[in-house]
Design a protein around this ligand. Sequence first.
Ligand SMILES: *Cc1c(COP(=O)(O)O)cnc(C)c1O
Length: 371
Amino acid sequence: MKTIPFFDYQGIYNRFEKEFQDIFHDVCSRGAFILQNDLIEFEDQLKEYLNINHVLGVADGTNAMLIGLIASGIKANDDILISSHTYVATANAVKLLGANPIPVDIGIDGMICIDSIKKNITNNTKAIMPTQLNGRCCNMDLIIDLCNKEGIQLFEDSAQGLGAKYKNKSAGTFGTFGTLSFYPAKLIGCFGDGGVVMTNDDDIAEKLFMLRDHGRDHNGVVKGWGTNSRLDNLQAAFLSLRLKHFHEDVDRRREIAAIYDEKLSINNNVKLPPAPSSSDHFDVYQNYEAEFNDRDKLKIFLEDRGVKTLVQWGGTPIHHFDDLGYGLSKYKDLKNTDSFFKKCLMLPMNMSVTNEEIKYICDSINEFYQS
Ligand SMILES: *Cc1c(COP(=O)(O)O)cnc(C)c1O
């Protein structure tokens, strides 16, 4: 029996093996390891691609949020509203500053719900940090209007959002800062951890520049507190190559999603991801996450047919991490998130899966509901 992996990690390397080896040789033979030109070139490419003023390579997507929050003036005990349907990293970044990550509900599109945000805003709320989930942007107009009305900041966890757009504006460029993650399974992944933090604000950019490198300014003088959160020059060089080919990846991901959508739309037991063709949204499908009746049985059924699937975040949204202090009943009223997490499942979505395999996956799913 053939197996279709959920993600093909070796495939990232195999796809451009020769080019990666040349890059490795080039960078290493120059001894260019930390904060060198390859990093600056990658940051410049991203600035142009995303249409934003400042992009800074950092250690990973979690550190990107952490130093973004510090640079934005977030302090201990401030409340930051986040979606409960996000990686624990979003909450971690807030909590490590001593601030409070407050999970709110999702809407029918799986993205943070504006009504739930409104319900949770208090005098102590300093910012909203939505997650641009699965390669899709939230409805940013509603969120921006609310932030302006309430006088609070907007940050984006756009770790999954490279290339996603809302009204032709890129994920990560709407608020005080946005982030990207280059964890291997992300839209463009590197050979380890990596990330960026981005902003249009010159002052925030200067703070981020120092925060990521021990508080040193452009002259190497220590001017403030900082940490070590730098994107390796070598990883940046690999990522530049990935970014050059990224338009092909986006086309392919949207093509895969279209096949899933078409073949699964006939099935009443499946609720597809939000429609891709709405004129406001350009989705890049970091993940293909849909809702399935009898999800757990379906997952086993597919596994028996060699198809590996994944429930995002191991099946635990933020408000169910009781060990992190979310055991209190006041955190338990997120009904849409709860019903979503009974049904959600991600199907293989990567640059290695073939059309034939996608059809096999869909046929298997349709067969499951007939039996
Ligand atoms: C991957 C991810 C992160 C964390 O990124 P790392 O680079 O692994 O630190 C944060 N938020 C979301 C939504 C993610 O998917």
